[in-house]
Design a protein around this ligand. Sequence first.
Ligand code: GLY
Ligand code: MN
Ligand code: MN
Length: 433
Amino acid sequence: MNIFQQRRERLYQDFDQQSVIIIVGNTQKVRSKNIKYHFRPDNDLFYYTGFEEPNAVAVLRPHHKEPFAMFVRGKDVAAEVSFGERAGELGVQEKFGADIAYDIEKVYTVLPHLLEERTKVYYLDEQEEYANNILSWIAHQRRNTGFDVIKHYRQLLPFQPYIHNQRVIKDEVEISRIRHAVEASVHAHKQVMKKCRPGMNEGQLAALFDFEIASFGCKEVSYPSIVAGGRNGCCLHYENNNCELNNGEMLLIDAGAEYQYYCADITRTYPINGKFSDAQKTIYQLVLLALDSAISNIKPGVSWNGIYQTCVEVMTKGLIELGILKCSFEQAIASEAYRKFTVHKTGHWLGMDVHDVGAYHDAKGEWRLLQENMVFTVEPGIYIPEDCLDVEEKWRGIAVRIEDDILVTADGCENLSSGVPRTVEEIEAWMAD
Ligand code: GLY
Ligand code: MN
Ligand code: MN
């Protein structure tokens, strides 16, 4: 059994014979006129089918003799000459293990019949492609039978809570793909760090990152790379990447490769000229201390929010000692004064989506406890805007984020991205080399 079959089998065990699961894939989006964006399949559809073409719908029927039905684009010689091969109905059965397959153009007439006598319809359609049809599909049987035929009053249920809970715990195939995405990103970050010089443009370093990950078979980045010189680092999702890099300032680069639909997400901050100033070093080391303190506590059973709390406590103490926060520790925690400089939370699940799916709370609303084979980022940051006139001038304009990708193991964790230089000494040595 391949991994997609294994996942479907598990799903069939978890649902009863009253259930049907419908997963609608992505369509291709227009970039401009007749030019489309590069297509990326819906992650949930891919997770259960491995199918990578646009306009596909999977219908999964647990405990049925033909549990796996697919609607796909039909074969079309002219379209395939222009835009590439299609699997077609036969291909999706032969190569992807569908028990039955139909042309997607028949979805409106055929899909309602696939529901048969089943009464629970779990529906996932992130782009709302069939949002205007689903209610009539589930009512189709009772509306189109004789008055004395048994009617099926079906429930429409969300599929996301189930699948997104599955995806929080990564299987072996997922972990190996994430490892590869991270390995490619570590390599690319190291090359960018080595080549960074005053006078270069942010965009050149973004292009270099893309070039370096390509040799690892990574065709895309997981999100638009954030390559931010100096004060641009204070913009959390800066993506203009078109400024010159100035001597004496720092570069904040937040970039990750995607490998076979799995993401890396790594940030490093370092001096553009290869040598930290005293002020830059002080803030950098405080953020690194927060990151390392948080990572050293990670193991199964620890609360998700404990990671954030550790980062906040370390950074708040440090900011008070430096005179950047002008209050007591207790006051800063109670009033959340630290948020002025730490701005964001310190991590998220990582997987097929860079901000991966899955709840951060349990059924009782408590913070979730970490489990083996969860993968997430830890990414504390301190940002001191230039116009922050109530802090000493030497700190202004400094923005530092450090982000690593963490796998929870049976008794602790593994920092997958530790290979990119992290300490002041490692960074200065690597850039001088
Ligand atoms: N690069 C997006 C993030 O770190 O969340
Ligand atoms: Mn990031
Ligand atoms: Mn992140």
